[in-house]
Design a protein around this ligand. Structure first.
Ligand SMILES: [Zn+2]
Length: 431
């Protein structure tokens, strides 16, 4: 049982078994994100007249991975789901919400974003999409703007994008540091992020800091030493951009191993721009997720299929850079668990919209609408090693998205349309 979390109800899914260290962090983070004044009441609420309910529990409804229940209802109490099923069998409750014959699905789990930053890169994007050369500094541009920003500016920026994501149905998000690249600036980014989510990732190894451009080894030493010491208290995860021009396999292994020794669990930016060692390293280190996975050998796909490591696909990046799409079909056919996330960041994927990523995945990456919706909910939860989100089953958090549509398929069928008409987070209606 995790301090700060209520006891699981009968029939609930088991919580992941966190280390004591992690339990302390969860309690600390919950204390900041769910104050008593904002916690949901313990009154029970029935959401009924749901034409199509995605539960992600294959033992329910149609027996598919989505566990689709037609003419369904959900009962929430406090911050949890306590009942899911046929609306004609729903128990009595204190309150009632009529879903109006529309679709309900778990809130999206965006397991990969970079939201602590300042500035934007409109001109860089415009030049790239206009076929014009552009020689600004890429990530370095954002690093300079982020270092120059006040804490208040960074937090205001973060909350703006969080609200934007929430309006589009995202109820859990992971976010990273990586635009500070000094001890103080990385720790500051994580401290700000940790006030808004439990899923905080230390990405001091985003690029080699410009301050260490002549001596990358000295930067790896900083990341694995003083910077890690300053950042570990605020983070659950450690990440590395393993790519030509960023960090090679040996550097990435050193950084992730150092993080693991400090109680951080690995995830990795792998095989985005080229073939490389990232995916194999992710599997070797039991990383929760290998993210991007755009350039994979057969051996990479086999390694993922034989592991617990989720392949997180981020089609906003390929969209925004006009790059070749990752092949979701190949991964799914091999039995790999696939997550879909936004990679929201000001350089290569400035979208906070999971529905947009779902539509891209269906149109261009070989996913069915059902697979894409699963990957954006239960898949994202798997990439965060969580079973208490991404599913609408008794014991899970009451994180729900109501669509102004009769089916989840409309997320891909009606791309670009603001279909999200209601969001409950932790049992509280927030949209
Ligand atoms: Zn990223």
């Amino acid at each position: 049982m995790i301090p700060g979390r209520p006891p699981a109800r009968p029939g609930s899914v088991p919580e992941p078994d966190p280390t004591a260290d992690q339990a302390t962090k969860d309690a600390m983070s919950n204390a900041t994100t769910v104050s008593p004044a904002h916690s949901a009441s313990t009154a029970s609420t029935l959401i009924t007249n749901i034409a199509s309910l995605v539960t992600n529990d294959p033992s329910l409804g149609d027996g598919s991975p989505l566990g689709l229940v037609q003419d369904a209802a959900v009962v929430i109490e406090g911050d949890r789901v306590v009942w899911t099923g046929d609306q004609s069998k729903a128990p009595a409750t204190d309150n009632r919400v009529d879903a109006g014959g529309r679709a309900v699905l778990p809130g999206f789990v965006d397991s990969h974003s970079h939201l602590v930053f300042a500035g934007d890169r409109t001109q860089e994007f415009n030049a790239r999409m206009s076929g014009r050369p552009y020689s600004a500094g890429g990530i370095r541009t954002t690093v300079a703007a982020t270092r120059a920003a006040s804490d208040e500016e960074l937090e205001a920026n973060l909350t703006r994008y969080l609200r934007e994501a929430l309006r589009q149905g995202t109820t859990t998000f992971e976010t990273k540091s990586g635009y500070g690249l000094t001890v103080e600036d990385e720790a500051r980014a994580l401290r700000i992020a940790a006030a808004h989510t439990d899923e905080v990732t230390f990405l001091g190894a985003h690029i080699v800091s410009p301050d260490h451009a002549e001596d990358p080894a000295s930067y790896v030493a900083l990341v694995t030493g003083e910077m890690l010491d300053a950042c570990a208290p605020y983070a659950r995860w450690i990440d590395v951009f393993c790519e030509k021009g960023a960090f090679d396999g040996d550097q990435a292994r050193a950084i992730l191993t150092a993080g693991r020794a400090r109680g951080l669990h690995p995830r990795i930016h792998a095989n985005q721009l080229s073939y490389g060692p990232g995916v194999q390293l992710a599997v070797e280190l039991d990383a929760a997720s290998a993210d991007h996975c755009t350039h994979l050998t057969d051996a990479d796909v086999d390694a993922l299929a034989g592991s617990r490591t989720v392949a997180t696909l981020l089609p906003g990046a390929e969209f925004s850079t006009r790059a070749a799409w990752p092949d979701a079909r190949r991964l799914l056919d091999a039995g790999v668990t696939v997550a879909l996330s936004t990679d929201c960041n000001p350089g290569s994927s400035f979208t906070s919209s999971v529905p947009f990523c779902v539509a891209l995945a269906v149109r261009d990456m070989g996913m069915t609408p059902d697979e894409a919706v699963w990957s954006a909910t239960a898949g994202g939860a798997a990439a965060l090693r969580r079973t208490d989100i991404g599913r609408l089953v008794p014991g899970a958090y009451a994180d729900l998205t109501l669509l102004d549509a009769p089916s989840h398929v409309h997320l891909a069928y009606r791309p670009g349309v603001p279909l999200v008409s209601g969001v409950w987070r932790r049992g509280e209606r927030v949209v």
